[in-house]
Design a protein around this ligand. Sequence first.
Ligand SMILES: [Zn+2]
Length: 170
Amino acid sequence: MDLIPSFQVNHVDLVPGIYESRVDEIGGDCATTFDIRMKTPNKEPAVHPNAMHSIEHVIATFLRNDAEWKDRIVYWGPMGCLTGSYLIVKGRPKPQELLPLMLRAFRYLRDYEGEVPGATPVNCGNYLLHDLTMAKWEAARYVEVLESHPCFDYPVVQRIAVKGGTFFDS
Ligand SMILES: [Zn+2]
């Protein structure tokens, strides 16, 4: 079997940031997947599963209510490696254009008070798997990264040409 594009990014040198992971054409329109990378892979502890689950709930709720972007949000969800999340949006914005949105979203989570939205047996498949305190702590760390040294480009050596396009995934 071929190595899927997801695993062709060199994760050794990958640092936290906002990256264009892949672009898909669907019926003449584009859907762009962004790698919202919160952690340096394999060099610092990944996000705890409970915290990542709370990040998923709070930020998905935020994105679907953001006046500027809500109509372009296709998907938000955690990476299996727990070092970041995927954001899929309609169209093909540059990663830099996502920075204000991600700052709004993670500042919202950093300062969030109250119950995790949708953390009930009716709305969630594992409603006890949450940790809002750690989610807020992780959000604060990522806000610091985005405010001080956001990275938007995979290093050149990581752009491995693949048959049928040059897209990357996590
Ligand atoms: Zn859930």
